[in-house]
Write a protein that binds this ligand. Structure first.
Ligand code: CA
Length: 218
């Protein structure tokens, strides 16, 4: 899953970015309202974490701009403690949820995963298909009940596959959702990554749909 984190506080942005990457997300970081508003690949962002106080404008205006432009990406806002007005205004402007600063990472992660789950119509926190179970919060993956060790990228890819189990996943979609802006991305990298994941989860679980992409078989 790929996130856009909009946060002008460099230290907080770095810290949250690191921890979100550690939790299996690809994270793009924007530090100003102008940067975020002009983000080049908004359609490939799975969720936004938006700080309301930005140096060149209000995150609230950005939120209204996105919702007015029919951007329906889940958005979680970061609000100041005690500011119930921000929470109400944010939710009314189209935010899906909020976390109060100072941010407790575990809460942010739980709320983000809940948003993504709601969006994909899932109720359970863990995703399951084809004997594989992936818990996005604990990052535990099991194959027929046995623990499976995955690299960060393999985890991201499996998460994406499980969210779209049974559907063809075009290679371009994998690239867009898996890699951060500016990261090296090409088709060979995806092929190698899919190959590595296949060896771990069983080759028959991920089929190649010639000319279309890959499918995780339920
Ligand atoms: Ca700020």
């Amino acid at each position: 899953m790929r996130l856009l984190l909009v946060e002008d506080d460099a230290e907080l942005g770095r810290r949250l970015g690191d921890r979100l990457r550690g939790a299996g997300f690809a994270v793009d970081l924007a530090t100003t309202r102008a940067d975020a508003e002009a983000w080049p690949e908004m359609e490939h962002i799975d969720a936004v974490v938006l700080d309301l106080g930005l140096p060149d404008g209000s995150g609230m205006d950005l939120l209204r701009h996105w919702r007015g432009g029919r951007v329906d990406t889940p958005i979680l806002i970061l609000t100041a403690r005690g500011s119930w007005q921000d929470k109400v205004a944010g939710l009314n402007a189209g935010a899906d949820d909020f976390v109060v600063k100072p941010v407790r990472f575990e809460e942010l992660l739980a709320r983000l995963n809940a948003l993504l789950r709601r969006q994909s119509g899932q109720r359970e926190s863990a995703l399951e298909a084809g004997g594989i179970r992936l818990d996005p919060i604990t990052r535990e993956v099991t194959l027929d009940g046995a623990p499976l060790q995955l690299s960060r990228q393999e985890f991201r890819l499996l998460h994406l596959f499980l969210r779209r189990a049974g559907h063809v996943l075009p290679q371009a979609d994998i690239i867009e959702h898996l890699y951060e802006l500016g990261e090296l991305r090409d088709r060979n990298t995806v092929e190698v990554l899919v190959g590595r994941l296949r060896r771990k989860v069983g080759t028959q679980r991920i089929t190649t749909q010639r000319g279309l992409g890959y499918r995780f078989e339920k």
